[in-house]
Design a binder for this molecule. Structure first.
Ligand code: AMP
Length: 190
């Protein structure tokens, strides 16, 4: 799925959408970094934050669509022009090898291969995923893309970066200790 936001606290909106999906039983398996992206289509609006996620769910694609539309509504999305400003937009990009073409739902998402804001985060998360209709990987679709809109990876928030730094240092310390223990055990055995 693809998540986008360009109204209000964008980082918070993205996190809230993930939390609401999780609350409704959708499991987030993988997520790309957040990207700051230039609007495509209707360009007279603020830049977006975008992200691509991989989920697992017991819902069929139509029920998943109903769920994400409910989350968009709950998060204050009002009907605007296509590609217009929104606190959150959630699209289904792929559903394994499923191909659906109905009035309500099209999977694979018909514009995903034309949008840098989808292809760049998707390529970061899973470059080798194959588009079931175009029979090309996400990496190949990105190379072929003629979209010139700007997509920049965002750094994680400072607290998170600091948290991760502390976590990494603690892990390194405990691994060093474990290594020492392994060496001394080895020493006793030989
Ligand atoms: P959006 O403006 O992105 O919220 O999409 C508008 C409409 O597109 C929705 O009301 C859906 O019925 C329809 N739609 C068709 N295919 C998809 C898809 N793969 N993911 C999300 N919405 C879709």
């Amino acid at each position: 799925m693809s998540l986008g936001s360009n109204l209000g606290d964008k980082r918070k909106n993205m996190a809230q959408a993930l939390a609401l999906l999780t609350q409704k039983g959708v499991k987030i398996l993988r997520a790309s970094s957040l990207y700051r992206t230039q609007p495509v289509g209707y360009t007279e609006q603020l830049w977006f934050y975008n992200q691509v996620i991989e989920v697992s769910s017991s819902l069929n694609p139509y029920d998943l669509l109903r769920l994400i539309k409910g989350i968009e509504k709950r998060m204050g999305r009002k009907p605007t022009r296509p590609s217009g400003p929104r606190p959150i937009d959630i699209d289904i990009l792929l559903a394994e090898d499923c191909i659906i073409r109905t009035k309500r739902l099209t999977i694979p998402h018909p514009r995903m291969q034309k949008r840098n804001f989808v292809l760049v985060p998707f390529k970061e998360m899973s470059p080798g995923t194959t588009h079931p209709v175009l029979k090309k990987t996400i990496s190949e679709l990105w190379k072929k893309s003629t979209d010139s809109s700007v997509v920049r990876k965002l750094k994680p928030p400072k607290e998170k970066a600091e948290g991760l730094y502390i976590e990494r240092k603690q892990k390194e310390k405990s691994e060093r200790k474990k290594g020492l223990r392994a060496v001394s055990v080895g020493g006793l055995q030989t």
